[in-house]
Design a protein around this ligand. Structure first.
Ligand SMILES: Cc1cc2nc3c(=O)[nH]c(=O)nc-3n(C[C@H](O)[C@H](O)[C@H](O)COP(=O)(O)O)c2cc1C
Length: 178
């Protein structure tokens, strides 16, 4: 159990993943408290695979976060109150940790959670993920070529990370809020 959070069985998460990821956005964070980076993501999935709850994150190779996703064996997905933290997530999605201190700029307060990962005190929902699988999207795999030409004009194909959700943490006061 982490400060301010309580564990939640992923089966008891009654929120739409379409809204959580696609509309509210999330922070993908990899590394330890001493060395981590975070970025905003709105592409990803939550589901069930290989007999366990999983989360997918898609990270382009030029992201600073990519280096941390590669180096570390675990990552977190952190979700926030959509209205209150929109600007914070926009900042973390338009600035690179190579150039700025995102914590200083946003006031996010990092917090160590399971698997020696990092989330933020202000998060309302956190998924702690153990990396299971990583693979680059490839142009020849697109059945719909318009996705390749429109999304990957620069040929910067995302690497897909599949993580086992080993722990879900929720702020007690926001549990169940859709
Ligand atoms: C709403 C939003 C969603 C984003 N989703 C993704 C995503 O799913 N995958 C990705 O690689 N980049 C995504 N980005 C871009 C990264 O967040 C952005 O390039 C960020 O500055 C990378 O930071 P870093 O270099 O510190 O890792 C998104 C940006 C925004 C604003």
């Amino acid at each position: 159990m982490s400060q301010g959070f309580e564990s939640l069985d992923p089966l008891q998460l009654h929120e739409s993943p379409f809204k959580l990821i696609g509309k509210d956005w999330m922070l993908v964070t990899a590394g330890s408290l001493a060395h981590f980076n975070t970025m905003t993501a709105s592409w990803g999935m939550l589901g069930h695979l290989w007999e366990r709850p999983v989360a997918f994150a898609f990270v382009r190779p030029q992201r600073y976060t990519f280096e941390f996703m590669e180096t570390y064996d675990a990552f977190t997905l952190s979700f926030f109150n959509h209205r209150q933290y929109r600007e914070t997530l926009l900042y973390c999605g338009t600035h690179s940790g190579r150039d700025v201190d995102k914590m200083a700029a946003t006031g996010l307060r990092p917090l160590s959670v399971g698997l020696n990962t990092v989330t933020f005190e202000q998060a309302r929902l956190v998924l702690v993920c153990r990396k299971l699988y990583a693979q680059d999207l490839t142009p020849e795999s697109f059945v719909a070529p318009e996705i390749d030409s429109s999304i990957y004009a620069a040929k910067d194909y995302h690497r897909v990370y599949v993580g086992e959700v080993v722990e879900a943490l929720v702020k007690q006061e926001t549990q169940g809020v859709a």
